[in-house]
Design a protein around this ligand. Structure first.
Ligand code: NAD
Length: 362
């Protein structure tokens, strides 16, 4: 099992070091190789995704990614900015399915801005299509309007589009994921207004015929945004397009209280995947040793489950994280009165100790 380790910038290096420590204690036959990505790669090689890093990622079964970016790169030409590395990896590896679980840990119920009864026990999975939609559709640009309300005025435009195979493959991913959970998929669209999403709805319905054991509901995106804060536990697997998924997955992540707890996975058709925390490089706290490493450690657990076929090792990491939270240890982002504040390294060490205990017991 070959893992490409790409820590990136800011807190990326600190949190990935903890995830690597956790993976190492599992005693599985991993081969881990690190490379620079993002701003760090730009500094060293003049490009955020150098060919050597891309080749390492392509040859690996999975990529463990930290985060990239820093405000000091905001003035660079767009193709040289650190964030382009993520887009480059998605494109080159064909990573089309983004998994963002939103799980509310019982010990952190108080960290959410919603009432405990609304989010206690929350465990939903947002699956976002990553390669199509209005983000990549052509043509796009600026021009002088020849029609519309203001002919002759300057205007900007983008193209929303989805092809049948793009919708079919993400629908299969969602139904198959639902089969391993509570067998319910909510497909989110805007079919009442957009032709693209009427097509989306039709194709998802057709694919559903192959999964009679899974319940399918369709929901407009505005209703979904409302229901996510009103009654989020009614959802199980949510599948949607690139733009709606971008927005809804961030909304869902906030239900759980802290962005420092949220893992994510982006998979291609061969189950090769890029695993990363949902947050960014947090330059405001980088180098202070206070970042929460749990989102990255939980991303490593997702990697074991989805790309490396090691579900028991994934379970072991996830229950170790629960044990550590139950013991009252908290990084600064999830700290509250009555709990013990720890740094990045101490949190990683505590997860390692909790795993070692289950290995000894088991
Ligand atoms: P951010 O997610 O980095 O930080 C937002 C806030 O959350 C900050 O206050 C930060 O301190 C805090 N935070 C984030 N992760 C944390 C953790 N693990 N533990 C404790 N606190 C944490 O978002 P931002 O500040 O908008 O962006 C900073 C940089 O990250 C930018 O350059 C941006 O482009 C980049 N970014 C990268 C990715 C990625 O690599 N996938 C994603 C989002 C943003």
């Amino acid at each position: 099992m070959k893992i490409a380790v790409l820590p990136g910038d800011g807190i990326g290096t600190e949190i990935v070091a903890e995830a690597v420590k956790v993976l190492s204690v599992l005693d599985l036959p991993f081969e881990m190789e690190s490379a620079l990505v993002g701003g760090a790669a730009f500094e060293a090689h003049g490009h955020p995704l150098p060919e050597s890093t891309l080749n390492l990622a392509k040859a690996a079964d999975a990529i463990l990614f930290g985060a990239v970016g820093d405000w000091k790169y905001d003035t660079l030409d767009r193709p040289l900015r650190p964030e382009q590395a993520i887009l480059g990896l998605r494109k080159n590896l064909g990573l089309f399915a983004n998994f963002r679980p939103a799980i509310c840990y019982e010990q952190l119920v108080g960290a959410s801005s919603l009432k405990p009864e609304i989010i206690s026990g929350l465990d939903i999975l947002i699956i976002r299509e990553l390669t199509g939609d209005i983000y990549f559709g052509q043509p796009r640009g600026r021009r002088v309007a020849t029609d519309g309300h203001f002919p002759g005025a300057e205007e900007a435009f983008d193209t929303m589009r989805y092809s049948r195979p793009e919708i079919e493959r993400i629908a299969h991913v969602a139904f198959q994921a639902a089969r391993k959970r509570s067998k319910k998929v909510t497909s989110v669209d805007k079919a009442n207004v957009l032709e693209t999403f009427q097509f989306w709805k039709d194709v998802v319905t057709e694919v559903h015929a192959e999964y009679p054991d899974v319940e399918l509901e369709h929901m407009y995106v505005d209703t979904a945004a409302m229901q996510l804060v009103r009654a989020p536990k009614k959802f199980d697997v949510v599948v949607t397009g690139n733009m709606f998924g971008d927005i809804l997955s961030d909304e869902a992540s906030m239900l759980t209280g802290s962005i420092g707890m949220l893992p994510s996975a982006s998979l291609n058709a061969k189950n090769q995947g890029l695993y990363e925390p949902s947050h960014g490089s947090a330059p405001d706290i980088a180098g202070q040793g206070i970042a929460n490493p749990l989102a990255t450690i939980l991303s490593a657990a997702m990697m074991l489950r989805f790309s490396l076929n090691q579900p028991q090792a994934a379970d072991r990491i996830e229950s170790a994280v629960q044990d550590v939270l139950a013991s009252g240890l908290r990084t600064v982002d999830i700290w509250s009165e009555g709990t013990t504040k720890v740094g990045t390294r101490e949190m990683g060490d505590a997860v390692v100790v909790a795993i070692t205990k289950t290995i000894t017991k088991g």
